[in-house]
Ligand binder design. Structure first.
Ligand SMILES: *[C@@H]1O[C@H](CO)[C@@H](O)[C@H](O)[C@H]1NC(C)=O
Ligand SMILES: *[C@@H]1O[C@H](CO)[C@@H](O)[C@H](O)[C@H]1NC(C)=O
Length: 405
Protein backbone atom coordinates (compact mmCIF):
# COMPACT_ATOMS: atom_id res chain seq x y z
CA UNK A 1 0.00 0.00 0.00
CA UNK A 2 2.84 2.33 0.83
CA UNK A 3 4.34 1.46 -2.54
CA UNK A 4 1.18 2.55 -4.35
CA UNK A 5 1.08 5.79 -2.44
CA UNK A 6 4.71 6.52 -3.24
CA UNK A 7 4.10 5.84 -6.89
CA UNK A 8 1.09 8.12 -6.96
CA UNK A 9 2.97 10.88 -5.19
CA UNK A 10 5.89 10.64 -7.57
CA UNK A 11 3.53 10.84 -10.55
CA UNK A 12 1.66 13.81 -9.12
CA UNK A 13 4.94 15.64 -8.58
CA UNK A 14 6.19 15.02 -12.07
CA UNK A 15 4.20 17.80 -13.77
CA UNK A 16 4.99 20.80 -11.54
CA UNK A 17 8.56 19.73 -11.11
CA UNK A 18 9.25 19.95 -14.84
CA UNK A 19 9.41 23.73 -14.48
CA UNK A 20 12.31 23.45 -12.10
CA UNK A 21 14.81 22.94 -14.87
CA UNK A 22 15.86 20.47 -17.45
CA UNK A 23 18.27 18.45 -15.35
CA UNK A 24 15.99 18.02 -12.41
CA UNK A 25 13.03 17.03 -14.55
CA UNK A 26 15.16 14.62 -16.53
CA UNK A 27 16.28 13.05 -13.29
CA UNK A 28 12.71 12.67 -12.09
CA UNK A 29 11.58 11.42 -15.45
CA UNK A 30 14.24 8.75 -15.37
CA UNK A 31 13.25 7.63 -11.91
CA UNK A 32 9.57 7.59 -12.94
CA UNK A 33 10.45 5.51 -15.98
CA UNK A 34 12.36 3.22 -13.66
CA UNK A 35 9.27 2.78 -11.51
CA UNK A 36 7.01 2.25 -14.51
CA UNK A 37 9.47 -0.22 -16.00
CA UNK A 38 9.60 -2.31 -12.85
CA UNK A 39 5.82 -2.19 -12.54
CA UNK A 40 5.45 -3.16 -16.19
CA UNK A 41 7.52 -6.30 -15.90
CA UNK A 42 5.79 -7.43 -12.74
CA UNK A 43 2.26 -6.39 -13.69
CA UNK A 44 2.39 -8.44 -16.85
CA UNK A 45 1.71 -11.37 -14.54
CA UNK A 46 -2.01 -11.84 -13.95
CA UNK A 47 -3.12 -14.10 -11.14
CA UNK A 48 -6.04 -16.45 -10.87
CA UNK A 49 -8.86 -16.06 -8.35
CA UNK A 50 -8.60 -12.25 -8.50
CA UNK A 51 -5.43 -12.28 -6.49
CA UNK A 52 -3.92 -8.78 -6.53
CA UNK A 53 -0.72 -7.63 -4.88
CA UNK A 54 0.36 -4.10 -4.03
CA UNK A 55 4.07 -4.59 -4.64
CA UNK A 56 6.28 -6.73 -6.76
CA UNK A 57 9.89 -7.24 -7.59
CA UNK A 58 11.60 -9.18 -10.33
CA UNK A 59 14.13 -11.18 -8.34
CA UNK A 60 17.66 -10.90 -9.68
CA UNK A 61 18.27 -14.67 -9.93
CA UNK A 62 16.51 -17.71 -11.38
CA UNK A 63 14.14 -15.65 -13.61
CA UNK A 64 11.67 -15.34 -10.77
CA UNK A 65 9.51 -12.65 -9.23
CA UNK A 66 7.86 -11.94 -5.92
CA UNK A 67 4.49 -10.21 -5.62
CA UNK A 68 3.13 -9.24 -2.28
CA UNK A 69 0.90 -7.16 -0.06
CA UNK A 70 2.00 -6.52 3.46
CA UNK A 71 -0.10 -5.23 6.27
CA UNK A 72 2.49 -3.77 8.58
CA UNK A 73 0.07 -3.26 11.45
CA UNK A 74 -0.87 -6.94 11.70
CA UNK A 75 2.42 -8.24 10.18
CA UNK A 76 0.42 -10.25 7.65
CA UNK A 77 2.06 -11.09 4.35
CA UNK A 78 0.18 -12.24 1.29
CA UNK A 79 2.49 -13.36 -1.49
CA UNK A 80 2.85 -14.94 -4.88
CA UNK A 81 6.19 -16.34 -5.93
CA UNK A 82 6.58 -16.99 -9.65
CA UNK A 83 9.43 -19.07 -11.05
CA UNK A 84 10.12 -21.70 -13.69
CA UNK A 85 11.11 -24.98 -12.01
CA UNK A 86 14.35 -26.47 -13.38
CA UNK A 87 12.23 -29.19 -15.01
CA UNK A 88 8.40 -29.45 -15.36
CA UNK A 89 8.37 -32.23 -12.75
CA UNK A 90 10.57 -30.17 -10.43
CA UNK A 91 9.81 -27.70 -7.64
CA UNK A 92 10.03 -24.03 -6.71
CA UNK A 93 10.58 -22.67 -3.21
CA UNK A 94 10.33 -19.36 -1.44
CA UNK A 95 11.44 -18.95 2.16
CA UNK A 96 12.05 -16.50 4.94
CA UNK A 97 15.15 -17.11 7.01
CA UNK A 98 14.63 -15.49 10.42
CA UNK A 99 18.11 -16.44 11.67
CA UNK A 100 20.53 -16.13 8.75
CA UNK A 101 20.88 -15.34 5.08
CA UNK A 102 21.27 -18.83 3.60
CA UNK A 103 19.30 -22.01 3.25
CA UNK A 104 19.95 -23.36 6.73
CA UNK A 105 17.32 -22.10 9.12
CA UNK A 106 14.93 -20.98 6.42
CA UNK A 107 11.18 -21.41 6.77
CA UNK A 108 10.20 -22.54 3.31
CA UNK A 109 7.11 -22.88 1.15
CA UNK A 110 7.74 -25.41 -1.62
CA UNK A 111 5.38 -25.96 -4.55
CA UNK A 112 5.38 -29.07 -6.75
CA UNK A 113 3.15 -31.79 -8.18
CA UNK A 114 2.01 -33.74 -5.13
CA UNK A 115 1.96 -37.55 -5.25
CA UNK A 116 -1.73 -37.37 -6.27
CA UNK A 117 -0.73 -35.30 -9.32
CA UNK A 118 -2.25 -31.97 -8.26
CA UNK A 119 -0.10 -28.93 -7.60
CA UNK A 120 0.32 -28.18 -3.93
CA UNK A 121 2.43 -26.30 -1.40
CA UNK A 122 4.07 -27.78 1.69
CA UNK A 123 5.99 -26.07 4.49
CA UNK A 124 9.54 -27.03 5.44
CA UNK A 125 11.64 -26.07 8.41
CA UNK A 126 15.07 -26.38 6.77
CA UNK A 127 17.45 -27.31 9.56
CA UNK A 128 20.46 -28.40 7.53
CA UNK A 129 21.77 -29.06 4.07
CA UNK A 130 20.70 -32.71 3.93
CA UNK A 131 17.35 -34.16 2.84
CA UNK A 132 14.33 -32.12 3.90
CA UNK A 133 11.04 -33.17 5.49
CA UNK A 134 7.77 -31.29 5.50
CA UNK A 135 6.53 -30.03 8.83
CA UNK A 136 5.43 -26.96 10.76
CA UNK A 137 7.38 -23.72 10.33
CA UNK A 138 7.94 -20.73 12.57
CA UNK A 139 5.13 -18.75 10.91
CA UNK A 140 1.45 -19.42 10.75
CA UNK A 141 0.50 -20.01 7.10
CA UNK A 142 -2.83 -20.28 5.29
CA UNK A 143 -4.36 -20.12 1.80
CA UNK A 144 -1.41 -22.07 0.40
CA UNK A 145 -1.90 -22.95 -3.27
CA UNK A 146 0.08 -23.48 -6.44
CA UNK A 147 -0.41 -23.63 -10.20
CA UNK A 148 1.79 -24.81 -12.99
CA UNK A 149 1.37 -23.69 -16.59
CA UNK A 150 3.56 -22.70 -19.49
CA UNK A 151 6.69 -23.93 -17.72
CA UNK A 152 6.12 -21.56 -14.79
CA UNK A 153 4.99 -22.32 -11.26
CA UNK A 154 2.99 -19.83 -9.19
CA UNK A 155 3.13 -20.32 -5.46
CA UNK A 156 0.56 -18.48 -3.32
CA UNK A 157 0.37 -18.13 0.40
CA UNK A 158 -0.35 -15.98 3.41
CA UNK A 159 1.88 -15.75 6.45
CA UNK A 160 1.76 -14.13 9.84
CA UNK A 161 5.18 -12.71 10.62
CA UNK A 162 6.55 -11.57 13.96
CA UNK A 163 5.05 -8.25 15.06
CA UNK A 164 7.08 -5.27 13.88
CA UNK A 165 8.73 -7.12 10.99
CA UNK A 166 9.45 -4.91 7.97
CA UNK A 167 12.61 -6.41 6.42
CA UNK A 168 13.12 -10.16 6.01
CA UNK A 169 15.87 -12.39 4.63
CA UNK A 170 14.39 -14.17 1.66
CA UNK A 171 15.76 -17.28 -0.02
CA UNK A 172 14.32 -18.68 -3.22
CA UNK A 173 15.20 -21.75 -5.22
CA UNK A 174 14.18 -24.06 -8.03
CA UNK A 175 14.83 -27.79 -8.41
CA UNK A 176 14.43 -30.38 -11.10
CA UNK A 177 13.05 -33.43 -9.31
CA UNK A 178 10.67 -34.68 -6.63
CA UNK A 179 10.95 -38.27 -5.42
CA UNK A 180 8.19 -39.87 -3.32
CA UNK A 181 6.83 -36.46 -2.47
CA UNK A 182 10.23 -35.12 -1.36
CA UNK A 183 11.89 -32.27 -3.31
CA UNK A 184 15.38 -33.35 -4.36
CA UNK A 185 18.64 -31.40 -4.27
CA UNK A 186 18.88 -28.36 -6.52
CA UNK A 187 21.77 -27.42 -8.81
CA UNK A 188 24.78 -25.55 -7.50
CA UNK A 189 25.18 -23.03 -10.28
CA UNK A 190 25.95 -19.40 -9.44
CA UNK A 191 22.26 -18.51 -9.80
CA UNK A 192 21.24 -21.22 -7.31
CA UNK A 193 23.85 -20.10 -4.79
CA UNK A 194 23.11 -16.39 -5.07
CA UNK A 195 19.31 -16.53 -4.85
CA UNK A 196 19.08 -14.95 -1.43
CA UNK A 197 18.97 -11.48 0.06
CA UNK A 198 16.68 -9.12 1.88
CA UNK A 199 13.31 -7.73 0.98
CA UNK A 200 11.88 -4.66 2.63
CA UNK A 201 8.19 -5.54 2.72
CA UNK A 202 7.16 -1.95 3.39
CA UNK A 203 9.45 -0.03 1.05
CA UNK A 204 9.60 -2.74 -1.59
CA UNK A 205 13.39 -2.73 -1.88
CA UNK A 206 15.04 -6.03 -2.73
CA UNK A 207 18.78 -6.62 -2.31
CA UNK A 208 21.00 -9.59 -2.99
CA UNK A 209 23.40 -10.91 -0.41
CA UNK A 210 26.58 -12.78 -1.17
CA UNK A 211 28.04 -10.07 -3.39
CA UNK A 212 31.28 -10.15 -1.41
CA UNK A 213 31.59 -13.90 -2.00
CA UNK A 214 31.34 -13.39 -5.74
CA UNK A 215 34.06 -10.77 -5.54
CA UNK A 216 36.25 -13.12 -3.50
CA UNK A 217 35.75 -15.92 -5.99
CA UNK A 218 36.81 -13.64 -8.82
CA UNK A 219 39.90 -12.44 -6.92
CA UNK A 220 40.75 -16.07 -6.18
CA UNK A 221 40.39 -16.91 -9.86
CA UNK A 222 42.55 -14.06 -11.12
CA UNK A 223 45.36 -14.64 -8.57
CA UNK A 224 45.55 -18.34 -9.35
CA UNK A 225 45.21 -18.08 -13.12
CA UNK A 226 48.01 -15.51 -13.22
CA UNK A 227 50.34 -17.38 -10.85
CA UNK A 228 49.90 -21.11 -11.38
CA UNK A 229 48.44 -20.78 -14.83
CA UNK A 230 50.75 -18.21 -16.44
CA UNK A 231 53.80 -17.08 -14.39
CA UNK A 232 55.04 -20.59 -13.54
CA UNK A 233 54.89 -21.81 -17.16
CA UNK A 234 56.73 -18.63 -18.28
CA UNK A 235 59.40 -19.28 -15.63
CA UNK A 236 59.84 -22.82 -16.94
CA UNK A 237 60.21 -21.50 -20.48
CA UNK A 238 62.99 -19.15 -19.31
CA UNK A 239 64.85 -22.02 -17.70
CA UNK A 240 64.49 -24.46 -20.55
CA UNK A 241 65.24 -22.26 -23.53
CA UNK A 242 67.46 -19.39 -22.36
CA UNK A 243 69.83 -21.91 -20.86
CA UNK A 244 70.77 -22.96 -24.41
CA UNK A 245 72.64 -19.72 -24.91
CA UNK A 246 75.77 -19.34 -22.89
CA UNK A 247 75.49 -15.55 -23.10
CA UNK A 248 72.23 -15.84 -21.13
CA UNK A 249 74.00 -17.54 -18.25
CA UNK A 250 73.38 -16.82 -15.40
CA UNK A 251 70.61 -14.40 -16.44
CA UNK A 252 68.24 -17.29 -17.23
CA UNK A 253 68.71 -18.59 -13.70
CA UNK A 254 67.70 -15.30 -12.09
CA UNK A 255 64.80 -14.83 -14.50
CA UNK A 256 63.64 -18.35 -13.76
CA UNK A 257 63.95 -18.00 -10.00
CA UNK A 258 62.31 -14.54 -9.93
CA UNK A 259 59.42 -15.68 -12.07
CA UNK A 260 58.81 -18.78 -9.97
CA UNK A 261 59.16 -16.94 -6.65
CA UNK A 262 56.71 -14.22 -7.74
CA UNK A 263 54.40 -16.89 -9.15
CA UNK A 264 54.63 -18.85 -5.93
CA UNK A 265 53.97 -15.75 -3.80
CA UNK A 266 50.90 -14.74 -5.79
CA UNK A 267 49.83 -18.39 -5.92
CA UNK A 268 49.97 -18.73 -2.14
CA UNK A 269 47.74 -15.65 -1.91
CA UNK A 270 45.31 -17.28 -4.33
CA UNK A 271 45.53 -20.54 -2.42
CA UNK A 272 44.68 -18.80 0.85
CA UNK A 273 41.63 -17.11 -0.69
CA UNK A 274 40.58 -20.57 -1.91
CA UNK A 275 40.82 -22.02 1.61
CA UNK A 276 38.77 -19.11 2.89
CA UNK A 277 36.10 -19.65 0.24
CA UNK A 278 36.09 -23.39 0.98
CA UNK A 279 35.56 -22.83 4.69
CA UNK A 280 32.63 -20.50 3.94
CA UNK A 281 30.80 -22.72 1.46
CA UNK A 282 29.52 -25.29 3.90
CA UNK A 283 27.81 -28.19 2.24
CA UNK A 284 29.19 -27.51 -1.23
CA UNK A 285 32.54 -29.06 -1.90
CA UNK A 286 34.56 -28.94 -5.05
CA UNK A 287 36.65 -31.90 -3.92
CA UNK A 288 38.84 -32.35 -6.99
CA UNK A 289 39.57 -28.65 -7.34
CA UNK A 290 40.45 -28.46 -3.66
CA UNK A 291 42.64 -31.58 -3.66
CA UNK A 292 44.56 -30.46 -6.73
CA UNK A 293 45.00 -27.08 -5.04
CA UNK A 294 46.43 -28.69 -1.92
CA UNK A 295 48.75 -30.92 -3.98
CA UNK A 296 49.90 -27.88 -5.97
CA UNK A 297 50.68 -25.87 -2.89
CA UNK A 298 52.61 -28.77 -1.31
CA UNK A 299 54.66 -29.54 -4.42
CA UNK A 300 55.44 -25.88 -5.11
CA UNK A 301 56.50 -25.34 -1.50
CA UNK A 302 58.74 -28.40 -1.75
CA UNK A 303 60.21 -26.94 -4.92
CA UNK A 304 61.04 -23.65 -3.21
CA UNK A 305 62.74 -25.37 -0.29
CA UNK A 306 64.59 -27.79 -2.57
CA UNK A 307 66.25 -24.76 -4.12
CA UNK A 308 68.21 -24.28 -0.91
CA UNK A 309 69.36 -27.90 -0.94
CA UNK A 310 70.57 -27.84 -4.51
CA UNK A 311 73.93 -29.66 -4.72
CA UNK A 312 76.71 -27.82 -6.55
CA UNK A 313 77.20 -28.40 -10.26
CA UNK A 314 79.95 -31.04 -9.87
CA UNK A 315 78.25 -32.91 -7.05
CA UNK A 316 77.30 -36.43 -8.13
CA UNK A 317 73.83 -36.01 -6.61
CA UNK A 318 73.13 -32.94 -8.75
CA UNK A 319 71.96 -35.26 -11.53
CA UNK A 320 69.28 -36.74 -9.27
CA UNK A 321 68.31 -33.35 -7.90
CA UNK A 322 67.80 -32.14 -11.47
CA UNK A 323 65.54 -35.09 -12.29
CA UNK A 324 63.52 -34.40 -9.15
CA UNK A 325 63.35 -30.69 -10.00
CA UNK A 326 62.09 -31.35 -13.54
CA UNK A 327 59.52 -33.91 -12.48
CA UNK A 328 58.02 -31.82 -9.70
CA UNK A 329 58.25 -28.63 -11.75
CA UNK A 330 56.40 -30.02 -14.75
CA UNK A 331 53.84 -31.72 -12.50
CA UNK A 332 53.12 -28.37 -10.84
CA UNK A 333 52.68 -26.68 -14.22
CA UNK A 334 50.35 -29.35 -15.58
CA UNK A 335 48.29 -29.51 -12.38
CA UNK A 336 48.19 -25.70 -12.23
CA UNK A 337 46.73 -25.42 -15.72
CA UNK A 338 44.25 -28.26 -15.08
CA UNK A 339 43.09 -26.58 -11.88
CA UNK A 340 42.64 -23.20 -13.55
CA UNK A 341 40.24 -24.90 -15.98
CA UNK A 342 38.45 -26.65 -13.12
CA UNK A 343 38.12 -23.31 -11.36
CA UNK A 344 36.82 -21.56 -14.47
CA UNK A 345 34.17 -24.25 -14.74
CA UNK A 346 33.13 -23.83 -11.09
CA UNK A 347 32.90 -20.06 -11.50
CA UNK A 348 30.74 -20.68 -14.59
CA UNK A 349 31.46 -17.10 -15.56
CA UNK A 350 31.34 -15.52 -18.93
CA UNK A 351 32.76 -17.73 -21.65
CA UNK A 352 35.22 -15.05 -22.70
CA UNK A 353 37.40 -15.59 -19.63
CA UNK A 354 37.84 -19.26 -20.43
CA UNK A 355 38.56 -18.40 -24.06
CA UNK A 356 41.04 -15.74 -22.90
CA UNK A 357 42.88 -18.24 -20.74
CA UNK A 358 42.93 -20.82 -23.54
CA UNK A 359 44.44 -18.19 -25.85
CA UNK A 360 47.10 -17.29 -23.24
CA UNK A 361 48.02 -20.97 -22.83
CA UNK A 362 48.13 -21.48 -26.60
CA UNK A 363 50.46 -18.50 -27.00
CA UNK A 364 52.77 -19.87 -24.29
CA UNK A 365 52.62 -23.33 -25.88
CA UNK A 366 53.35 -21.85 -29.32
CA UNK A 367 56.34 -19.89 -27.99
CA UNK A 368 57.64 -23.02 -26.26
CA UNK A 369 57.22 -25.11 -29.41
CA UNK A 370 59.01 -22.51 -31.51
CA UNK A 371 61.90 -22.27 -29.03
CA UNK A 372 62.06 -26.05 -28.84
CA UNK A 373 62.60 -26.25 -32.60
CA UNK A 374 65.15 -23.41 -32.58
CA UNK A 375 67.03 -25.06 -29.72
CA UNK A 376 67.22 -28.39 -31.49
CA UNK A 377 68.37 -26.74 -34.73
CA UNK A 378 71.16 -24.94 -32.88
CA UNK A 379 72.21 -28.10 -31.12
CA UNK A 380 72.18 -30.25 -34.25
CA UNK A 381 74.20 -27.60 -36.09
CA UNK A 382 76.72 -27.54 -33.26
CA UNK A 383 76.92 -31.30 -33.26
CA UNK A 384 77.51 -31.56 -37.00
CA UNK A 385 80.35 -29.03 -36.62
CA UNK A 386 81.94 -30.93 -33.73
CA UNK A 387 80.96 -34.54 -34.28
CA UNK A 388 83.74 -35.92 -32.04
CA UNK A 389 83.29 -33.54 -29.20
CA UNK A 390 82.02 -35.37 -26.14
CA UNK A 391 78.81 -33.80 -25.11
CA UNK A 392 78.78 -33.05 -21.41
CA UNK A 393 75.80 -30.77 -21.62
CA UNK A 394 77.84 -27.60 -21.72
CA UNK A 395 80.46 -27.42 -24.42
CA UNK A 396 82.86 -24.70 -25.37
CA UNK A 397 80.64 -23.49 -28.19
CA UNK A 398 78.27 -22.05 -25.68
CA UNK A 399 75.45 -24.44 -26.49
CA UNK A 400 73.91 -26.96 -24.18
CA UNK A 401 71.95 -30.01 -25.09
CA UNK A 402 68.29 -29.15 -24.72
CA UNK A 403 67.55 -32.14 -22.59
CA UNK A 404 70.56 -31.91 -20.32
CA UNK A 405 69.60 -32.33 -16.75
C1 LIG B 1 12.71 -25.69 13.20
O1 LIG B 1 13.93 -26.37 13.46
C2 LIG B 1 14.70 -25.75 14.50
C3 LIG B 1 16.01 -26.49 14.59
O2 LIG B 1 15.84 -27.87 14.73
C4 LIG B 1 13.92 -25.79 15.81
O3 LIG B 1 14.67 -25.15 16.82
C5 LIG B 1 12.61 -25.07 15.62
O4 LIG B 1 11.83 -25.17 16.79
C6 LIG B 1 11.83 -25.67 14.44
N1 LIG B 1 10.63 -24.88 14.22
C7 LIG B 1 9.43 -25.45 14.22
C8 LIG B 1 8.29 -24.55 13.99
O5 LIG B 1 9.24 -26.65 14.40
C1 LIG C 1 5.15 -1.02 11.24
O1 LIG C 1 4.45 -1.39 12.40
C2 LIG C 1 5.18 -1.26 13.60
C3 LIG C 1 4.33 -1.73 14.74
O2 LIG C 1 3.77 -2.95 14.46
C4 LIG C 1 5.61 0.17 13.81
O3 LIG C 1 6.42 0.29 14.97
C5 LIG C 1 6.39 0.64 12.60
O4 LIG C 1 6.72 2.01 12.72
C6 LIG C 1 5.61 0.42 11.33
N1 LIG C 1 6.46 0.76 10.21
C7 LIG C 1 6.04 1.44 9.16
C8 LIG C 1 7.07 1.76 8.11
O5 LIG C 1 4.88 1.80 9.03
Amino acid sequence: MMMMMRRMISRALLGPMAALGFRLSLLLLLSAVGYAGAAGACSSVAFSSNRVYAACSDLPRLSSSLHWSYDNASATLSLAFVAPPAKPEGWVAWAINPTGDGMTGSQALIAFHQPDGAMGVQTYNITGLGPIAKGPIDFKTWDLAAEYSGGVTRLYGKMKLAAGTTVVNQVWQVGSAVANGVPQKHDFQQDNLQSKGTVDLVKGAVSLSGGSTTRKRNVHGVLNAVSWGILLPIGAIFARYLKTFKSADPAWFYLHVSCQIIGYGVGVGGWATGLNLGSKSKGIQYTTHRNIGIALFSLATLQVFALFMRPSKDNKYRFYWNIYHYLVGYTVIVLGIVNVFKGLKILSIDHKWTVGYIIAICILGGVALFLEVVTWLIVLKRKSKNPTKPSDGSNSNGVQRPLSV
